[in-house]
Write a protein that binds this ligand. Structure first.
Ligand SMILES: Cc1ncc(COP(=O)(O)O)c(C=O)c1O
Length: 345
């Protein structure tokens, strides 16, 4: 797909829309006295509006990812990017494709935009049923959401399959790499330039351990980045979030150590859960969570709640009957879960 085709996928009114112009972006030169933005003058570190382009943050993430900062845009969590991407490409009646069981926001964003949500259920081993998916798309298809590693199944999709889908889908493909910090070698980011219709999203909520600051990133071609910058709220990334993220990005070894600990805790949980009578099957995971099929997930879910332990019920999702999703926590937390489950009758 060429860049020209992508301009034709965008909602036409956005091609000529002028983004909001913030006070700080309207001048160039020395700024010693700032009386332009109706801010409070006391220098608390919070009194000024943030840089709408998050320049320092883009440079820092670009350095860490070895990727051009000009092709990065941030969202208030990747949730916000899911919504923005959907609104850039979808008019009412357009189609959005996804592969349940998967992350729920793709469907919510499609609903907000009035787009048709077309679901192709993953195979029982959570691989992509390629031919079935291809048979479901047509000229109304605008977005294909691919989540790898996938939430809630925990598996990564095969690179050849992802590449084939990116090359053949007639619209924009978004590869959600929220869990990529647990398997960085699987990221498609180094190959993004090969695919003009590909958007990759990542987040600082998982491996980086900062779900509370709300910071997600989209990586894409200059044209798609321009569209995202056109529709985003000018100050969606606040100064507190930026400061905390910059600090974390300056110490990636801390994140990597925590990721290694979580992977080893996940493996320990898996080995211990396998031995329990109430467990039927554990799906292989490359993430910080396990999808576990129990003999009676509703009873286990309620029993854990009675013991003040909260896991995520996935039993309502297709091909995830009797499944609960369990996040790897601190060693003591995982021990408490295992102790409770070993007492489950
Ligand atoms: C696959 C996937 N994508 C995106 C998100 C949202 O992440 P964020 O916290 O950046 O909004 C999640 C959160 O659970 C997720 O599992």
């Amino acid at each position: 797909m060429s860049n020209k085709d992508i301009t034709q996928l965008v909602r036409p009114n956005l091609l000529t829309l002028k983004a909001y112009s913030s006070a700080r972006s309207e001048f160039k030169g020395l700024a010693e006295v700032l009386l332009d933005a109706n801010e409070s003058p006391w220098p608390t570190g919070r009194n000024r509006y943030p840089d709408p382009m998050s320049t320092d943050l883009r440079n820092a993430l670009g350095r860490y990812k070895n990727f051009s900062p000009d092709q990065i845009v941030f969202g208030n969590g990747s949730d916000e990017l899911v919504d923005q991407i959907t609104r850039i490409f979808c008019n009412e009646g357009d189609a959005v494709h996804a592969l349940p069981p998967t992350f729920g926001m793709y469907k919510v964003a499609a609903g907000i935009a009035g787009a048709e949500f077309r679901a192709t259920t993953l195979a029982p081993d959570f691989t992509i049923p390629v031919e079935e998916l291809k048979a479901s798309w047509d000229e109304r298809s605008k977005i294909l959401w691919l989540c790898s590693p996938n939430n809630p199944s925990g598996n990564a999709m095969e690179a050849e399959v992802l590449e084939d889908l990116i090359r053949t889908f007639p619209g924009v493909v978004v590869l959600d790499e929220a869990y990529i910090d647990f398997v960085p070698e699987l990221s498609f980011l180094p190959r993004l330039a090969e695919f003009p219709n590909l958007i990759i999203t990542q987040t600082l909520s998982k491996g980086w351990g900062m779900a509370g600051i709300r910071l997600g990133a989209a990586f894409a071609s200059p044209f798609i980045i321009r569209m995202l910058n056109t529709i985003k709220m000018p100050y969606n990334i606040n100064v507190l979030t930026s400061a905390v993220a910059l600090e974390a990005l300056s110490k990636p070894e801390e994140m990597k150590a925590k990721v290694a600990t979580l992977i080893s805790e996940r493996n320990r949980l898996e080995a211990a859960l396998t031995k329990l009578d109430c467990v039927d099957y554990i799906f292989p995971s490359v993430t910080n969570f396990l999808l576990v099929r129990f003999k009676d997930s509703a009873a286990v879910y309620q029993y854990l709640l009675d013991n003040a332990i909260v896991v995520r019920n996935q039993a309502y999702q297709p091909n995830a009957e009797n499944c609960l999703r369990i996040t790897a926590g601190l060693k003591e937390e995982n021990d408490r879960l295992l102790a409770a489950l070993s007492d489950f009758e």
